[in-house]
Ligand binder design. Structure first.
Ligand SMILES: Nc1nc2c(ncn2[C@@H]2O[C@H](COP(=O)(O)OP(=O)(O)OP(=O)(O)O)[C@@H](O)[C@H]2O)c(=O)[nH]1
Length: 406
């Protein structure tokens, strides 16, 4: 069964299913793929090894089958293949010639994938950014190995940081205390995403589908479920608690360079606790808010300068803006790394939502003071010792931490 939506120009919903090696991604997908909510979904599975095993394990096959991208990782070596595959699916061409586009595409990443470059490749693409709407990033976390994995692997922390939903697997294998410790560690990295116990999952809705803003609104959840609660700021240590056993603690900091794109996993010795290209800058969540209406060009300039100067450190950005020109209709912004999804306006403020600008940044090595000063400069909430908008536009050096490249 193919979708009429694609033919009508409705964006295809995209779910990115991620989680560390062996966390239980394929098991979850297999359990849920027969759900009617995934009835018109194409599944793209990426495996690192040459022999693609996972597609063989996914039993129920959708109308487009299970498309396998193997021999590389989506966030680096086979990113182009993913882009081509998504473009083919949206055009009803290529491997799926003659079909209409599916209503939904589910992409299962490798366990080592950094979701950021995958999402930004889609958002930066002139066709895909319109053809697809991100429903959500679903991150599977293994309760049996989660703490140790979090402590040792930056990929795992990034997968959790950008998640819209976290599904905890293998809780049946460990004590309730161990599950609670993992829960707390996950919360420190991502204070917003709902955490679902895989054992309680009975359907795809709210787990693999329905994580996006439109679904949140249609369920009457307002903005808070999409933006996430609690909306607090602060450093979110990327590893296990400080009093965790030594083998569960984060490594000492390495050289700065957060936001580096991943180029190839082959040179990384993940199992040797030596992961050269992922840095250990703390992942933190920063909430920027103001109830002053903000002119569109001010928010556009803020986002432009922020992404130009710190885009590589921003893993994810979501927000709503109280526009000076049209305060009754919130502007929704949504970005990954340096790329912003085309902004959209809601017809009205959802019931129960305060009419105010609220932007959540999730960053790795992101300077909170810099982000706040820049936001204040463009939205009128200027700190006494900070530059205002005119000063920054005249001279970006006026923003603390902003440096022009020679
Ligand atoms: N006990 C238990 N085992 C689970 C659970 N979820 C997954 N597993 C097992 O964990 C193993 C790995 O599961 P997969 O679904 O293949 O994990 P994956 O994340 O797809 O693995 P990769 O694709 O290799 O990264 C399998 O043996 C599963 O049966 C769970 O909730 N409880």
């Amino acid at each position: 069964m193919a979708s009429d939506d694609g033919a009508r120009g409705v964006p295809i919903r995209l779910t990115l299913l991620t989680g560390f090696l062996g966390a239980g991604k394929t098991t979850l997908l297999n359990r849920l793929i027969g759900d009617p909510a995934l009835g018109d979904a194409a599944v793209v599975v990426n495996e690192f090894g040459e022999a693609a095993i996972d597609p063989l394990l996914i039993e129920a096959v959708s109308s487009d089958g299970v498309i396998s991208l193997s021999n590389g990782c989506l966030c680096c070596t086979v990113r182009g293949e993913l882009v081509d595959t998504l473009a083919d699916l949206a055009a009803g061409a290529g491997a799926t010639e003659g079909r209409r586009p599916p209503a939904r595409v589910l992409v299962e990443t490798t366990g080592l994938a950094d979701p950021g470059p995958i999402l930004s490749a889609i958002m930066a693409h002139p066709f895909l950014s319109h053809a697809y709407a991100l429903d959500g990033v679903v991150t599977v976390v293994d309760a049996a190995h989660g703490l140790a994995t979090l402590a040792a692997h930056e990929e795992s922390r990034r997968q959790i940081a950008v998640a819209d939903r976290i599904v905890l697997t293998k809780a049946d294998l460990v004590s309730a205390d161990a599950v609670a410790s993992l829960h707390a560690a996950v919360r420190r990295i991502n204070p917003r995403a709902p955490i679902v116990d895989a054992a309680t999952v009975t359907g795809a809705e709210g787990v693999l589908v329905g994580c996006g803003l439109a679904d949140s609104l249609s369920r009457g959840e307002g903005l808070s479920n999409w933006l996430g609660e609690p909306l607090r700021s602060g450093p979110l240590p990327g590893g296990a608690p400080r009093n965790a056993p030594r083998d569960q603690q984060a490594c000492p900091s390495e050289a700065d360079g957060a936001g580096d794109d991943c180029s190839d996993h082959a040179g990384h010795r993940h199992h040797g606790h030596d992961h050269d290209h992922f840095r250990h800058d703390a992942i933190r969540s920063i909430s920027l808010e103001t109830d002053r209406p903000v002119p569109f060009d001010a928010i556009a300039s803020f986002l432009e300068i922020l992404t130009e100067t710190a885009g590589g450190k921003i893993l994810r950005m979501k927000g709503v803006v109280l526009l000076a020109e049209n305060p009754a209709r919130p502007l929704v912004i949504h970005g990954v790394q340096g790329f912003m999804h085309p902004p959209a306006q809601l017809p009205a403020w959802p019931r129960g939502a305060a009419a105010k600008t609220l932007i959540v940044l999730i960053g790795s090595g992101l300077d909170e003071r810099y982000a706040r000063d820049l936001f204040g400069a463009f939205t009128g909430g200027i700190a006494p010792d900070a530059a205002d908008r005119a000063a920054i536009e005249a001279n970006p050096l006026a923003v603390p931490g902003h440096r022009f490249e020679a």
